[in-house]
Design a protein around this ligand. Structure first.
Ligand SMILES: [Fe+2]
Length: 430
């Protein structure tokens, strides 16, 4: 099937009770606050909605992911049609954010920088490092600080709203790593998952309050673009490298090389609100014993006392699988983003399920710089202030958890070439 993985390589997460106080507390608090009836109402509603959504995705695949040229978006903003599709799918490809020759040059600079410092730069997975623990290379800074990049992030942030007015769409830069993945190596590490925490979504009071419509029987009314409460959510209640400290309105990557389906790309599930609502409600229900009845949501029983959170691990992103989350029809609905060229960008809402392409059958490396869109929120401001202090002292950011002093690397340039606008986004005036 075009646009899908050919052979499902990822783990399944079985229904099994977890003997852990934090999991129990999270579930109890939500049942106490909203009650079984409201949870069941949302469950039936969401599963019904998903049957239409999955049908649409299974027919249309990655054609549902909106694709727009950067020059038009930067000039005119997102058209109402594109905006509507982003709101439904939670994702967008914006082409040519960095001019292609510039992006190719930046890739060549990165290769040189990494080769000059190879022995000091760590990567993951250990046997074939492709996710490089590098945060302050000249290439990454050039990509993050490009004026098109900052303008686009502002437009993406503006898709969210906040009636408390404690936030703004002015972008702040979150330093993340870079990937340079050689061809012909499978990568099975990051199957279907959602970032921005795992158990925190249920356990942290502010986080779960941002989903109260879902838990409260009104999942169809949940506004997944509302930052009013979400800005206070603690995503990293359980500190681990998988959890970022800051809120990313959109996660994203900027390509430095070409990639495509089965060639070291990324897979997205082009729906945000129904998928996340389903994931949130899933621990409250047990599947029927008869496998033939699994897709009938009304046959699932409310699980008041048991405690099964399939795919939820404190130190990992929220995982999803075919058997634990059957109504998502992951095999048909997790689709590759289309062909990508150097300088193109891919963006996905912080609640969108995604996976790293398990295959790379191309002939060139597939390289991307991770660049997210982060609005200015009180929590992010604090983090970015500290991040800037760390960079100026030569160190990696706190979330990186690394001990490499990057300022000692050959060719290190720090913030030498940042424009005024970029310095603002890097936190100089906070
Ligand atoms: Fe991810």
């Amino acid at each position: 099937m075009p646009g899908r993985v050919r052979q499902w390589p990822w783990d399944e997460y079985p229904q099994k009770n977890i003997n852990d106080e934090d999991f129990r507390k999270a579930k109890e608090a939500i049942i106490r606050e909203h009650g079984a009836e409201a949870l069941r109402k949302s469950w039936i509603e969401v599963c019904g909605r998903l049957s239409l959504i999955t049908e649409d995705i299974s027919v249309n695949g990655n054609k549902l992911i909106p694709i727009v040229p950067a020059d038009i978006v930067l000039e005119e903003g997102f058209s109402p049609e594109v905006e509507q599709r982003i709101r439904e799918t939670g994702c967008v490809v914006v082409r040519g954010v960095i001019p292609e020759p510039t992006a190719r040059q930046l890739y060549s600079d990165l290769k040189q920088y990494v080769s000059d410092n190879r022995s000091q730069i760590k990567g993951w997975p250990e046997e074939s490092p492709s996710m490089l623990q590098l945060y302050n290379s000249p290439t990454q800074h050039a990509v993050r600080s490009h004026p098109n990049q900052l303008r686009l992030q502002c437009l993406l942030n503006e898709l969210w709203h906040d009636h408390t007015e404690r936030t703004s769409s002015e972008p702040l830069v979150y330093l993340d790593g870079v990937r340079d993945r050689p061809p012909q190596q499978p990568f099975l590490g990051l199957g279907p998952h959602v970032d921005a925490g795992s158990l925190s979504r249920w356990l942290d009071p502010a986080y779960r309050r941002s989903y109260s419509a879902v838990f409260g029987g009104k999942s169809g009314e949940w506004d997944c673009w509302d930052l009013s409460v979400r800005q206070d959510a603690v995503q990293d209640l359980f500190k681990a490298p998988a959890h970022s400290s800051v809120f990313r309105a959109f996660q994203g990557w900027t390509a430095l090389t070409p990639s495509g389906p089965h060639r070291g790309s990324i897979l997205l599930y082009p729906n945000v609100s129904a998928v996340m609502a389903y994931v949130l409600l899933r621990p409250f229900f047990c599947p029927p014993e008869d496998p033939m009845e699994v897709m009938d949501a009304s046959k699932w029983s409310f699980d008041e006392t048991g405690c099964s959170f399939p795919g939820t691990m404190k130190d990992q992103s929220q995982r999803l699988s075919r058997t634990s989350h059957p109504h998502l029809r992951l095999e048909e609905c997790l689709v590759h983003v289309p062909e990508i060229m150097p300088g193109d960008t891919v963006w996905w809402h912080s609640d969108v399920c995604h996976a790293v392409d398990p295959e790379h059958e191309g002939s060139e490396n597939a390289s991307v710089v991770y660049v997210a869109a982060c609005p200015t929120t009180p929590t992010t401001k604090e983090y970015v202030k500290q991040q800037l202090a760390d960079t100026l002292a030569g160190f990696q950011p706190k979330d990186a958890n690394g001990d490499l002093k990057e300022s000692m690397l050959a060719g290190y340039q720090g913030h030498a070439s940042l424009s005024e606008e970029a310095r603002k986004a890097f936190g100089y005036y906070l």
